[in-house]
Design a protein around this ligand. Sequence first.
Ligand SMILES: Nc1ncnc2c1ncn2[C@@H]1O[C@H](COP(=O)(O)OP(=O)(O)OP(=O)(O)O)[C@@H](O)[C@H]1O
Ligand SMILES: [Mg+2]
Length: 292
Amino acid sequence: MSMNSLQTPLNTLPSEAFSRAGADSPSAAESLSEAGNTVTTASMPAGPADDLVLEVRHVCGGYKSGGFFGRGGSYKEVIHDVDFVVRHGEILGLVGESGTGKSTLAKMILGLLKPEKGEIIHYTKRPQIIFQDPYSSLNPAYTVEWTVEEPLRVFGKYDAAERKRRVREMLERVDVPEEVFQAKPDELSGGQRQRVSIAAALIRRPRFIIADEPVSALDVTIQAQILKLLKDLRTELDLSYLFISHDLNVVYQLCDRVLVMKQGRIVEQGTVEEVFDHPQQEYTKQLLAAAE
Ligand SMILES: Nc1ncnc2c1ncn2[C@@H]1O[C@H](COP(=O)(O)OP(=O)(O)OP(=O)(O)O)[C@@H](O)[C@H]1O
Ligand SMILES: [Mg+2]
């Protein structure tokens, strides 16, 4: 298929669900999850797992509804026996149609939803997420500078002057102009909001980023700029990404490997060339045909 339009953006927000495990502190090796003990961090591994940032091992999970104090109610499994790794420095794509469970899997990796079965092992500091919609991830009441500083305030390690220095350095790095440092989200362009979100996600120097869905509202030029930024940051800050997208063109351009998810199962995975140029599964072929 022809893959030539860059169409993605993303944005971010610090996930406070992880704020207890110090992102840049030695205690980052503690459990990443508040939900349960199936999400663990390993101390820097030796041996075969050396180049991994994440292992997802035979994970099943979903949503519970109804019931009282854990009794009764119903359970709907959304993720079925999902098994993959994220390697150091790679951008791993995750594609599949709407409702297939991509964001649910992201929640599990972030520790916001506990797997029912299987294991999620983190080999890095806690991950951060870049969300689809900067309107939902940026608090409209706060300025750009405040928003990006917030994760550092929560962290509590740096004094006010050092926080400010770090925030300004990060905002400059993601090309947010100084004139808008004191602006609120609704005074920013869509692209600027994305950049602020990225700065907030990166301010505590995570090593693994989950980017959940492009923002289709951004025009193609801005999307291409944001993608380039993410790609550059990968090298500069030694990041690895799980990149969730509907847009197969973007995944083809950006990602090293790709997972294809169908109804909560990974049905195919490989390098983008393997999967997109020589798809083995009928489902992958259908997705590619729909993207033509
Ligand atoms: N909080 C929730 N409670 C119950 N069911 C949910 C909840 N969130 C999602 N689901 C269900 O889980 C399934 C997977 O949803 P999910 O949001 O993970 O899909 P997705 O692949 O991210 O879709 P999209 O591409 O539209 O973002 C869907 O059937 C959805 O209705
Ligand atoms: Mg989703």
